[in-house]
Design a protein around this ligand. Structure first.
Ligand SMILES: NC(=O)c1ccc[n+]([C@@H]2O[C@H](COP(=O)([O-])OP(=O)(O)OC[C@H]3O[C@@H](n4cnc5c(N)ncnc54)[C@H](O)[C@@H]3O)[C@@H](O)[C@H]2O)c1
Ligand SMILES: [Zn+2]
Length: 345
């Protein structure tokens, strides 16, 4: 028998939050983003009869102290209980860890309220906390039983948040979905079908490597190697989706430089990223504070490192095609001055 959190394929339901709440099992507690509670009174109303823990979202929520606070609030929840998380990626990550460890495992339902969570973080079973000054260093796999997609929640997101979700959706299309990529070239927005397609695309990758053991999930890291450098250099003030958007431009340059990404492909993807505001001037601004030493140390800490001098990067071979290429770190370092000056290396 499978315990709670074991791998299972996507189980998505689209609908209004107050309608979906009626399907919740009896022993369910809710971790709710305080901002969502404030912006969407119908969510709070629908949860009247439930144990609700409202929390402020953000990287600070992904902490051991938040986990402790949540554990206190979930004390009365029995072992076969369910945790519903209504929020973005940070509360989703916290809730996933809590569901994994609380009484050795609760069932988990995600109701992602940001685009980033809808297209990416609520799929694939990962949850993580930040600790010892490092991001996502305490992590678990705990797959959700179900995911609710409630489009009315997305109506209060800012254009910047839409861009972040789009960055991850474009990432998946660029590597794995030529047709979706062409659709984005026609209309660059997170329609219901675009969200569905990104979720299915990520789920397909996770299905062949549910616990990240064969390297098949590596493709999901396109744009993330340099993206993580930018996030770290900004002290995590740069939002993840923004960093990935800019990191993809870097990955295109690395691909050109390594002779892997054909120029026409790089130009096509770069043009789409530019439309989202991920252009070279923005990259130069974000790279300004990156010293060679910082670049070296962040790349050295990269989970995709193969040795002290080399790492593996996901590079595009065509729109909808990718390869993992081992690269000497100094090859990437050599591109830094051009990125900082806002020009193509
Ligand atoms: N587990 C994974 O596989 C995975 C994948 C990608 C990213 N992540 C993690 O996700 C996190 C980022 O997620 P995020 O961008 O959703 O961050 P977040 O949860 O901090 O949400 C961003 C902001 O949006 C607000 N918000 C949430 N829903 C809203 C709504 N409907 N209307 C208006 N505002 C709303 C939140 O209160 C918060 O201020 C990072 O910590 C990242 O590491 C995890
Ligand atoms: Zn990401």
């Amino acid at each position: 028998m499978k315990g709670p959190g074991a791998y299972q394929p996507l189980n998505d339901t689209w609908g209004r939050f107050d309608a979906l709440v009626k399907t919740l099992p009896e022993n369910t507690a809710v971790l709710l983003d305080a901002r969502v509670a404030q912006l969407h009174p119908h969510v709070r109303r629908a949860l009247r009869q439930r144990t609700v823990v409202a929390m402020r979202a953000g990287e600070g929520a992904k902490s051991l102290s938040s986990l402790g606070r949540l554990a206190g609030a979930l004390k009365a929840l029995p072992r076969n209980g369910t945790l519903l998380v209504v929020g973005g990626g940070t509360l989703g990550d916290l809730g996933t860890v809590a569901a994994h460890v609380h009484k050795r495992g609760l069932k988990l339902i995600h109701a992602p309220s940001t685009y980033l969570a809808a297209v990416d973080s609520s799929v694939g079973g990962k949850g993580a906390l930040n600790a010892a000054g490092a991001k996502n260093v305490l992590g678990v796999f705990h797959y959700a039983e179900a995911c609710w997609l409630c489009p009315e929640l997305f109506t209060t997101l800012s254009p910047a948040q839409a861009r972040e979700g789009l960055a991850e959706a474009v990432k998946m299309a660029a590597c794995l979905g030529a047709k979706r990529f062409a659709a984005f070239e026609k209309s660059l927005e997170l329609s219901v079908s675009a969200v569905k397609s990104a979720r299915q695309c990520k789920a397909k990758v996770c299905a062949v490597d549910p616990y990240e053991q064969t390297g098949k999930r590596t493709v999901l890291n396109f744009g993330h190697t340099l993206g993580h450098v930018l996030e770290a250099a900004s002290g995590f003030r740069l939002r993840h989706g923004e960093a990935v958007g800019l990191g993809m431009t870097c990955a295109l340059d690395v691909g050109r430089h390594a002779g892997v990404t054909p120029e026409a492909v790089a130009q096509r993807v770069e043009a789409l990223l530019k439309r989202l505001g991920f252009h070279r001037a923005a990259l130069a601004k974000a790279m300004k504070t990156v010293s060679r030493a910082r670049l070296q140390s962040t790349l050295a800490a990269d989970k995709k490192s193969v040795s002290a001098q080399a790492l593996r990067m996901v590079l595009l071979t065509r729109v909808g095609g990718w390869v993992v290429k081992p690269l000497a770190r100094r090859e990437i370092e050599a591109l830094l001055p051009a990125w900082q000056q806002g020009r193509r290396p």
